[in-house]
Write a protein that binds this ligand. Structure first.
Ligand code: 13P
Length: 271
């Protein structure tokens, strides 16, 4: 059984004052929720603030991207160790906005994934098709190519390491991101199941343990029907994560649907 996970992706939003209000409200609102995991991925300049406000809470924080190199002349880049230095435990990788607006490729997602797990960061690999690809019936082809580009680079040891870190997949159909248009629960389930089956081709034991979360216009009003699907293990939330009450409501849905209150040591073992 898998524990639900809700991740807020703030994207390029926030300021010191608004972040403080949001994080204090979330800390308060989520305090009693024990059955799921909650994460906020904040802009890099606010990671220090996230750490100071979240470190004694049940909310983790993470980066929205990471560079594959440890250090060097890479102006504007942030290394995995810089994220862990600031207490990050998660990092988003391959988000569609990075792929489309910043021309990141499957290859660079693979390199970043590898660097993230080597630094003990739990990677959240985002996959998903554009509207044109969706309309052309290419969803599975695209999602498979995005997954395979990363999985193929992982040797057995790295795969086990990624599992130990509870790697996460996020299915985010690009046509649903920031559009107010959500995949139906059935559409989400179909692709989540496809993702799980693809992982099973590599390792059946791992497939049943990996969390696959859905992103794309998740709101309090649609979270329940989405998270209730058997292969949807929570959500990756953009716009709605900037509103404390809305994000809290989504986390409450995840919490109420999580049937497994905690991960055991056994859950980490890839058979
Ligand atoms: P929205 O929830 O705003 O559609 O964004 C989804 C997303 O991109 C999260 O990573």
């Amino acid at each position: 059984m898998r524990r639900n996970l809700v991740v807020g992706n703030w994207k390029m939003h926030g300021n010191i004052k608004s972040n403080q209000l949001l994080l204090e409200s979330l800390t308060d609102g989520l305090r009693d929720l024990k059955n799921s995991d909650y994460v906020v991925c904040v802009p890099n300049p606010y990671l220090f603030q996230a750490r100071s406000l979240l470190e004694a809470t049940n909310i983790a924080w993470g980066g929205q991207n990471v560079n594959q190199f440890e250090e060097g002349a890479f102006t504007g880049a942030v290394s995995p160790h810089m994220l862990t230095d600031l207490g990050c435990t998660y990092v988003l990788l391959g988000h569609s906005e990075r792929r489309v607006l910043f021309h990141e490729t499957n290859l660079s997602a693979a390199a970043r994934f590898d660097a993230a797990i080597k630094a003990d960061l739990t990677p959240i690999l985002c996959v998903g098709e554009t509207l044109a690809e969706h309309d052309a019936g290419l969803t599975e082809v695209i999602v498979a190519s995005q997954m395979d580009a990363v999985m193929a680079t992982l040797g057995d040891e790295d795969f086990a390491r990624a599992m130990h870190l509870n790697m996460v997949f996020a299915y985010e159909p690009v046509w649903a991101v920031g559009t107010g248009k959500t995949a139906t629960p059935e559409q989400a389930q179909e692709i989540h199941q496809f993702i799980r089956q693809r992982i099973a081709r590599r390792n059946a034991g791992a497939a049943s343990k990996v969390r696959i979360i859905y992103g794309g216009s998740v709101k309090a009003s649609n979270a329940k029907e989405l998270f209730a699907m058997p292969d949807v293990d929570g959500g990756l939330v953009g716009g709605a994560s900037l509103n404390a009450k809305e994000f809290e409501a989504i986390c409450r849905v995840a919490n109420s649907l999580s049937s497994n209150p905690c991960l055991t040591e056994e859950d980490h073992i890839v058979s």
